[in-house]
Write a protein that binds this ligand. Structure first.
Ligand code: PXP
Length: 245
């Protein structure tokens, strides 16, 4: 069965907006585990806009499943990873001005830096994944730099699914590209993961691609959680006010 890693960065974004320590990342992670998540993913961005260093260390201590750390391929974040020792690291590209991770990492043209970071992580016993577009050459490059896994970027597919529809030729073509890149990953004995933009409508087709090991999903789950919980949250506050009035 394909595993689910839940990305909880969005809870941290909400926490940072008020700066008062709530909602708790730890509580969120434990709820996800209780609900069946196979792992928790966080992205420690260079600008620390949501997840903070202490979140990574605290999660490392409390999680019963796995901690996957997304990070830019830089020495500064590498030092946190080597110290906190997540189960796995997924190297991602990072631009300060972007709202979210916009594309895959260009492994093909940055082999030296990426393989040096990958080997330091592996030496510390941390599994290495790399977030790449569904591109055969990028998948091949992941294997050449010594990655254990690839995470295929499903953002373009998700966007086309929403904007053009699942049966549009653009969406079908992108799905085909993801399937081809998946085949290449399997051929090269890379563990095959996928993520970005996956939601309750578009995940089904990605599940059908052979060899998928794990999805990392954040935004759609946290968005759904708001509406699954809002009614009860209002009801509980209303009851409390009534009881005390
Ligand atoms: N995988 C990677 C590498 C990401 O950068 C992100 C976004 O932080 C995700 C998965 C999850 O994407 P989403 O929040 O759209 O589900």
């Amino acid at each position: 069965m394909i595993k689910l890693g839940v990305n909880i960065d969005h809870i941290a974004t909400f926490r940072q907006a008020r700066g008062e320590g709530v909602p708790s990342i730890i509580e969120a992670a434990l709820v996800c585990e209780k609900a069946g998540a196979d792992g928790i993913t966080v992205h420690l961005r260079e600008d620390r806009r949501h997840i903070q260093d202490y979140d990574v260390y605290s999660l490392r201590e409390v999680l019963k499943t796995k901690l996957n750390l997304e990070m830019a391929a830089t020495e500064e974040i590498l030092s946190v990873a080597l110290d906190a020792k997540p189960d796995s690291v997924c190297m991602v590209p990072e631009k300060r001005e972007e709202l979210t991770t916009e594309g895959g990492l260009d492994v093909k043209n940055n082999k030296k830096n990426i393989s040096s970071i990958a080997s330091k992580l592996k030496k510390a016993g941390i599994a290495v994944s790399i977030f790449v577009n569904a591109d055969l050459e990028q998948v091949a490059a992941c294997s050449e730099v010594g990655a254990d896994a690839v995470e295929l970027h499903t953002g373009k597919y998700s966007l086309l699914f929403r904007e053009s529809g699942a049966s549009s030729s653009e969406c079908k073509d992108e799905l085909k590209r993801i399937a081809e890149a998946s085949k290449e990953a399997s051929k090269r004995k890379l563990i095959l993961n996928a993520g970005h933009g996956l939601d309750y409508e578009n995940v089904g087709q990605i599940c059908k691609i052979r060899g998928m090991n794990e999805f990392n999903i954040g935004f759609s789950i946290i968005s759904k959680a708001i509406f699954n919980g809002l009614q009860k949250a209002v009801f509980d506050m209303k009851s409390l006010i009534e009881k005390n009035s």
